[in-house]
Design a protein. Structure first.
Length: 477
């Protein structure tokens, strides 16, 4: 007899047939009803044990968390909210779970407690739903690009370049403890690092992706990135996954179109393919929101928000227009912004981004043409000499979900910017080569995958949408 998944059985019409299934016990009620889950769906299948004819010792071993193998007859269920159940004829305990020790009890646990038990939290409804949606989203990412003529490129994890020029990098070291070479001043000589070179974990695959776009035309990366920023927020991780498309002969308008089409497409995919998980997460989101003060509550439910994003145009606004709006606004009647915007050129804080998206435009916003002084060196300078062809996509409840730009393709301008930012030309010789040999307009962006998963699942904290979050406190697993 083939072993079926719970998802298959719940959809099947094999009434009165013998079936086999394996999974973990979620609950065991009245010495009779097992709620069995195998991870294939958010739903459990009810397995009814003939307790009068079952050994007492065996009954005692059917505990929350135990792994079991079940054979029985599939019948129509009498119970509410389920179509079928299994009348158990054979039950084998594959792995016991001591109820006095098992941390995941059938009750509500705090998120903090579950984060400490990251190895077991995926056995809860919330985390299994989130991780299935995450998996479907990554499939949708590859599907979108592969169907649209992009090549998947793997950019290095260990690199000598600081793509963002922000200096928030983890060093990679081959030094043995206490044996690091020292400079004349007695400090660790990192220039000797990694077999004689200074290296770090990548903060972005963009610069390398650019080299591939200038040969393959349309490429994308989808890999881990690392930021050694000590920010304890609900939107930052030290290790996160980034998706970075890069396209030759595409300008900033094309880049905005691509980001909007891409995001809508992957969200439409999960709306269509993760219905049960999203229905569960929609209810969870509604419950969480109802516990917040009125002013902070989301105006839309989770599913409603997802459909809204898929069905409506993103608003495109220049940085300069946004600054005018922010100068003339208050986040609410009584309060000012914590960081008031006083002048053109100021960097936007997340309170400003969220105001624009959630209160002013009430839809996703693409901000473009930022001041050159607050953006990275590689962005294309506009004719005004003070703004660059940058774009950020801002999302309700999230803030910045995408950062991208048209790249500076003119060798002389790029060299000038590199020099002005104090970067040595020889460090980027290969990047400058792209501007020497067959240079062309090209653009791309980076989307933080966890922020996308957060939006799709309605989870409030980014630590709860990645299996093993790396944050300043947590790198145990
Ligand atoms: O805006 P960022 O820093 O842009 C880049 O790295 C560009 N090189 C991308 C490109 O043009 N190819 O990062 C891009 C996105 C952000 O919009 C955000 O969604 C996400 O990456 N991100 C983070 N996500 C989680 N934790 C962090 N610490 C993040 N930092 C950035
Ligand atoms: Mg950014």
């Amino acid at each position: 007899m083939t072993v079926s998944s719970v998802a298959e059985l719940l959809k099947s019409d094999l009434f009165l047939q013998e079936v086999a299934v394996k999974g973990w016990v979620r609950t065991f009620r009245s010495n009779r009803f097992i709620a069995l889950n195998d991870g294939s769906t958010i739903n459990n299948i009810q397995c009814v044990v003939d307790f009068e004819n079952t050994d007492e010792e065996l009954l005692r071993r059917i505990t929350t968390g135990a792994a079991v193998s079940i054979k029985g007859t599939l019948v129509e269920s009498q119970g509410k909210g389920q179509s079928v159940e299994i009348q158990v004829s054979e039950l084998e305990i594959l792995g016991d779970s001591n109820p006095d020790e098992y941390p995941i009890q059938p009750k509500k646990h705090s998120m903090e407690f579950l984060r400490e038990n990251a190895h077991l939290r995926v056995r809860t409804n919330t985390f299994s739903a989130v991780m299935r949606v995450r998996s479907a989203l990554s499939f949708a990412v590859h599907k979108y690009f592969q169907e649209n003529g992009f090549n998947y490129v793997n950019t290095p994890i260990i690199t000598g370049s600081d793509a963002e020029g922000a200096g928030e990098m983890f060093r990679v070291s081959t030094f043995e403890a206490n044996k690091a070479p020292l400079t004349e001043e007695g400090e660790i000589d990192y220039s000797q690092d990694f077999f004689g070179k200074e290296t770090n974990l990548t903060v972005s695959g963009q610069l390398e992706a650019e080299t591939y776009a200038m040969a393959l035309g349309k490429v994308y990366t989808f890999g881990p990135t690392f930021r050694a920023e000590n920010s304890n927020t609900t939107r930052h991780l030290a290790e996160f996954w980034m998706i970075e498309p890069e396209v030759a002969f595409m300008d900033l308008d094309g880049n905005m179109d691509l980001s909007e089409d891409f995001i809508k497409s992957v969200l439409a995919y999960v709306l269509e393919n993760c219905k049960d998980d999203l229905a569960f997460l929609d209810q969870r989101f509604a419950k969480e929101e109802s516990q917040k003060p009125q002013a902070q509550r989301s105006e839309m439910g989770l599913l409603e928000k997802l459909r809204f994003v898929v069905d409506n145009n993103f608003k495109r606004v220049s940085y300069t227009e946004a600054i005018d709006i922010l100068r003339n606004s208050k986040p609410n009647k009584k309060k000012k912004f914590q960081f008031p915007i006083n002048e053109w050129g100021a960097d936007l804080q997340s309170e400003h981004e969220r105001f624009l998206v959630e209160k002013h435009f009430k839809c996703p916003v693409i901000l473009f043409d930022y001041p050159a002084s607050i953006k990275a060196f590689y962005m294309r300078l506009n004719d005004d000499g003070k703004t660059v062809r940058a774009m950020d996509v801002l999302f309700p409840g999230i803030g910045e979900i995408v950062g991208g730009s048209q790249r500076e393709e003119r060798l002389d301008v790029l060299k000038e910017k590199i020099n002005a930012m104090g970067i040595e030309e020889k460090e980027l010789w290969w990047y400058l080569d792209l501007r020497k040999f067959g240079t062309a307009v090209h653009s791309g962006f980076g989307l933080g995958f966890e922020r996308l998963v957060q939006f799709a699942t309605g989870m409030g904290n980014i630590r709860d949408v990645i299996p093993f979050p790396r944050t300043p406190q947590n790198a145990e697993f």
